[in-house]
Design a protein around this ligand. Structure first.
Ligand SMILES: [Zn+2]
Length: 231
């Protein structure tokens, strides 16, 4: 059973199950291509418990999550229109009557996600939940892309020049034809100044309340700690 063992990243070993071949007694080779089955196994060292042995923070890294939630809420949204979706899927070079494939690697797609991020420098970027910005992804590409520009990411995924050009061309067509005009955060601020100011205030209040809760939690931990002495 051939397995790919990727590079070890900081003590983590990534293992992907991609292809399994069974040779049955009759001599017939049965190839089971398990492209959808990708799993990760991580080695665990004792000192990695360190990250759990520290006070939990409610606000923690949630500023990013909160920025994303507030940006998502004001982002432009396309209505569901099957004819338009089928047309746009064809622009991506795919058959709308079949299962979709990941626009970056070609493997079976498992989710829809945005090509352009909704948040830029902590604010709404102007890209929304629309055709032209939502594409089919496999979970692996979805977790790998991060903040990379789509073209740069595609280049890493498609080393072969012809494959890269073909996919890049289709994505460019899709983005150009289907993406609605872009209103940035600043544009929206000009159109709805009072509402945008109130949204900013609401966001800051959410963060303030989480920080306040963190302070209260620290007091609770301090007061309860003395009652937790091991015998
Ligand atoms: Zn992919």
């Amino acid at each position: 059973m051939p397995l790919y063992f990727g590079p070890s990243l900081g003590g983590r070993v990534r293992k992907s199950g991609i292809f399994t071949e069974l040779l049955v007694p009759s001599g017939i080779s049965i190839a089971l291509i398990l492209e959808s089955l990708t799993w990760e196994v991580q080695s665990l060292k004792p000192d990695s418990i360190r990250q759990h042995l520290r006070p939990y923070s409610i606000v923690g890294k949630r500023q990013t999550t909160i920025n994303h939630a507030f940006a998502s809420a004001i982002a432009v949204v396309d209505e569901f229109d099957l004819a338009a979706i089928n047309r746009s899927v064809r622009e991506l070079g795919q058959n709308p009557d079949s299962d979709l494939s990941c626009v970056y690697c070609g493997k079976e797609a498992q989710t829809w996600d945005h090509v352009f991020a909704l948040v830029e420098h902590g604010q709404y970027s102007g890209f929304g939940h629309t055709l032209g910005n939502l594409v089919p992804w496999c979970k692996q590409c979805n977790s790998q892309k991060g903040n990379q520009n789509w073209e740069h990411f595609l280049r890493n995924k498609q080393q072969d020049e012809t494959s890269f050009r073909d996919r890049a061309q289709k994505l460019t067509t899709y983005i150009t034809r289907e993406m609605p005009p872009r209103l940035t955060n600043e544009d929206i601020r000009k159109l709805c100044p009072a509402e945008m100011e109130e949204m900013e205030r609401a966001k800051n209040e959410v963060i303030d309340q989480m920080e306040k809760a963190d302070t209260i939690a620290a007091l609770i931990r301090k007061k309860t700690k003395n009652h937790l002495t091991r015998t």
